[in-house]
Ligand binder design. Structure first.
Ligand SMILES: C[S@@+](CC[C@H](N)C(=O)[O-])C[C@H]1O[C@@H](n2cnc3c(N)ncnc32)[C@H](O)[C@@H]1O
Length: 254
């Protein structure tokens, strides 16, 4: 099956990133007892976007090394991880063998998941499909995969973060760097292709796909936070003043 050009480009980027960072770092993420969101680690207990997941069928779209799915499995959910990069899934499989936490992992483009309609109660994406897939494709696909009454929860970099992103040096400015109007596909110089719609457009895609948007939580760095060692393109100081990430919750009507 042919795939969009950006899928191969992002697979290549994530194969390199797996070797350099996410592969070695994954065991630490799998070992974390508390689930946190985003670069500055907002606790799930504080935002409560997932709620009680015990007994739910969950699909993670762009699961990477699948620590979020592993956490969901430990809470009694039945996760299935979808990712397009074999190296990322291999790391996840190695950790499944090490920890005994087993769940299905499917190598696929999250815009075209080879699973039947209405299979899941919850679809999640933490910097997965939420930024690496085209929202005009992955959001309707997540809707198709959900049962009536099911929820979509995803995390992405904030609108303002993307508007202020600088490539050389990799950083975040206090001034706008690009127009918001027409923002959609963004090609970075490392070869990666991301997708970022402005808030109004993203809200419209969700609505037009059939979802009811239930909440949009903007995440900031907490007081006293330090700039992340690896994700240092946004400083704790910047993120203490402006929202660095957005957590969205949408529901497929019952
Ligand atoms: C930031 S990582 C995922 C984060 C994940 N929560 C973790 O920490 O491992 C982004 C993932 O999206 C995956 N990805 C990129 N494009 C994709 C696509 N079209 N379909 C499915 N996965 C994709 C990459 O392979 C990568 O593993």
């Amino acid at each position: 099956m042919s795939e969009p050009d950006y899928v191969a480009r992002n697979r290549e980027l994530w194969t390199t990133t797996n070797a350099e960072y996410t592969g070695p770092a994954a065991a630490r993420s799998w070992a974390r007892e508390e689930l946190t969101w985003g670069i500055f680690g907002t606790p799930e207990g504080e935002v409560g976007v997932l709620g009680d997941v015990a007994g739910l069928d969950v699909v993670e779209l762009g699961c990477g090394t699948a620590y979020l799915s592993a956490w969901l499995a430990r809470q009694g959910a039945r996760p299935v991880g979808i990712d397009v990069t074999p190296a990322q899934l291999e790391t996840a499989r190695a950790l499944q063998r090490e920890t005994g936490i087993e769940f299905p992992l499917v190598e696929a483009n999250a815009e075209e998941v080879p699973l039947p309609d209405a299979t899941f109660d919850l679809a999640v994406s933490e910097y997965g499909a939420s930024i690496w897939c085209d929202p005009y494709r992955w959001i309707p696909e997540s809707y198709r995969l959900l049962r009536s009454g099911g929820r979509l929860v995803f995390l992405r970099g904030s609108q303002l973060l993307i508007l202020c992103a600088v490539e050389e040096p990799d950083s975040t400015s206090e001034t706008l760097q690009r127009p918001q109007r027409g923002m959609h596909r963004i090609e970075w110089s490392d070869g990666g292709v991301e997708f970022h719609l402005g808030l109004g457009e993203l809200f419209a895609v969700l609505r037009e796909s059939g979802f009811v948007v239930e909440s949009l939580i903007e995440l900031y760095a907490p007081e006293g936070a330090k700039t992340h060692e690896y994700y240092s393109y946004v400083t704790a100081e910047w993120a203490s003043k402006w929202p660095v990430e957005e957590l969205w919750v949408a529901r497929k009507p019952a």
